[in-house]
Design a protein around this ligand. Structure first.
Ligand code: HEC
Ligand code: HEC
Length: 312
């Protein structure tokens, strides 16, 4: 009898352990979790292409005067540090999760990133002249091997440069944040303040109208009530936003507090407004909680090893 009792007891406790350990995702929030990035079928992923793309990204020979690389402006280690303002007016946006904008999740053929990158490579800032760029890269011995590993043959073309840069950028992904863990069933991943902040974000402040989905962006253009700015800007990701030092496309705010205040107040009173941008009656506690919530969107640190750039 005693034996059976112990048997039942241990069965119950084992069952208890199993159910305790089993994490249940919150189904209605799963659409907010960063899962894997889709690489389009016309630019499939391979690790060698990532390495090539990363090398090109850090190579200033991609610019006409050999003085700037993509990384000089889009500093991946500390997102969005404004680079030489003499060269360009605005700080470069963070490329974190750049592959998650638009419908890249749903549409594996979406080619927007390649188009954007091509535009950049061809811009005045960088090279402009594709033939000359290809000549220059082809004259660097070390690149032949890198192209061969990535594409199976050593041909170097403008298109292959763009494809490799795009594949690399698709790997700049911020994920496994405490928020993602919470949604996937780890109840203690968020602090009480962060849970309150998430509630303010959705309900009282309605930030979620524009900042939604895995990238916390609707990928749409909006005016955001900045004084003197009439043009629309695409909603940026909020992932890793609390790691930034300047905020908004023109770097106008130097702290996350000022940025959140701006949105909580519904923008500058004399500026052009998006109809979705309304002042919300937020208490100081609400704003603090909102910022705590934004911190929960910081992903696992992305480890960068600066590649060795092939010499001439
Ligand atoms: C001199 C600074 C500078 C350099 C160099 C530079 N960028 Fe940019 N980049 C910017 C700025 C500023 C923007 C935002 C305004 C715009 O789109 O022109 C931007 C935007 C982008 C975007 C669009 C991001 C988005 O969220 O829409 C991509 C992609 C991009 N750059 C990739 C690159 C790549 C790849 C290189 C190297 C081949 C590069 N950039 C070099 C400053 C720079
Ligand atoms: C009408 C759509 C909309 C609403 C509502 C909205 N945002 Fe934004 N948000 C944007 C856009 C667009 C930008 C980019 C503005 C720019 O770069 O000038 C932005 C930028 C930001 C930034 C700076 C990001 C960066 O990388 O610099 C933060 C932080 C932010 N929003 C938080 C919030 C919070 C918190 C709320 C709610 C209180 C909110 N937003 C409500 C559209 C919106």
């Amino acid at each position: 009898m005693k034996r059976i009792f112990f048997l039942i007891l241990s069965l119950v406790s084992i069952l208890g352990l199993i159910t305790c350990k089993e994490k249940k995702p919150i189904p209605e929030l799963e659409g907010f979790v960063v899962k894997s990035v889709i690489h389009p079928s016309n630019n499939p992923f391979n690790q060698e292409k990532v390495e090539l793309g990363k090398t090109l990204y850090f190579d200033s020979r991609l610019s006409f005067n050999q003085d700037v690389s993509c990384a000089s402006c889009h500093n991946t280690a500390s997102p969005s540090e404004g680079f030489p303002r003499t060269k360009i007016h605005n700080p470069a946006p963070s490329l974190t999760n750049v592959a998650l904008y638009k419908d890249v999740f749903k549409d594996p053929e979406a080619k927007e990133l390649e188009d954007l990158v091509k535009e950049k490579v061809h811009s005045k800032l960088l090279f402009q002249n594709e033939t000359k760029l290809v000549q220059r890269i082809s004259s660097i011995q070390g690149y032949k091997e890198l192209f061969e590993k990535a594409y199976g043959d050593p041909e170097i073309s403008g298109e292959r440069i763009v494809l490799a840069l795009s594949t690399f950028q698709r790997t700049i992904v911020s994920k496994n944040s405490n928020f993602d863990k919470f949604v996937m069933g780890e109840e203690t991943a968020l602090t009480p303040a962060q849970i309150r902040g998430w509630d303010v974000f959705q309900n009282k402040a309605k930030c979620i109208q524009c900042h939604q989905g895995p990238n916390f962006s609707d990928s749409e253009l909006h005016t955001t009530g900045l004084a003197g700015i009439k043009n629309k800007v695409r909603t940026p990701t909020l992932r890793d936003v609390t790691k930034k030092k300047t905020f908004m496309h023109n770097g106008i705010f130097g702290s996350i507090e000022d940025t959140v205040n701006h949105f909580a107040e519904g923008g500058h009173s004399k500026a052009v407004h998006d109809p979705m941008l309304r002042p919300a009656e937020l208490s100081d506690q609400d704003k603090k909680d909102l910022i705590e919530f934004l911190k929960a969107l910081e992903g696992e640190p992305i480890q960068w090893e600066i590649p060795s750039i092939p010499k001439a």
